[in-house]
Write a protein that binds this ligand. Sequence first.
Ligand code: 2AL
Length: 243
Amino acid sequence: MLIRVINPNTTRSMTEKIGVSAQRVAAPGTRIVATNPDSGPVSIESHFDEAISAVGVADEVRKGELEATDAYVIACFGDPGLLAARELTRAPVLGIAEAAFHLATMISTRFSIVTTLSRTGIIAEHLLQSYGFAHHCRRVRAAEIPVLDLEDDGACALNRIVEECLRAKAEDNIGAIVLGCGGMADLADEIREAVGLPIVEGVTAAVKLAETLASLKLGTSKHGDLAFPPPKRFTGRFEHLSS
Ligand code: 2AL
């Protein structure tokens, strides 16, 4: 099985880290290809960053379609371009926020999210609303770490995330915590040990769910709104997308 794990930001070190975490939980016969767009923001921390990165995600799915990809994972907590990506393939496409929310509700009745910056909390709140998980989530918390500080050992990211998770455990009346950034994938085990609660990490959750869907031959439905986009002419710098 071939799963293409797309980091929507262009920071290669984060893509590699995400790929290692994905391969570690994958089944023996699963090959993970971890990629990121050629162009776009180095981290995704705003609605603007998300909008630009969604174009890169679509490009990466189009590349994956040339390689018999069995499933895709969008490894950013805003799930940028998720529905557009689904339109471009028959394979299943999972966002890490969506995957983490589903798993968290199967092991707890209430969870909190610990994300990077307060500013991106609103993106998680919008997803909770649109996916129908809002009343399972007690609180969206931020460790106030810029995404690229997760790549910097000197930034004490782990300690700050653990502290915020411990506050969530003490104050939120929850059973589980969802980590709110793809760049936290390598920290989940240490956080789980330090916090003593189930910690749901989206990259690993999405890889296991992607394997499940692909092995059950459950691909993206092409009946209705997720059918391939209608052929049309694109202009200017998107002319190459014309069909
Ligand atoms: C993210 C993420 O997962 N990757 C990135 O660049 N920005 N989202 C977030 N809330 O930190």
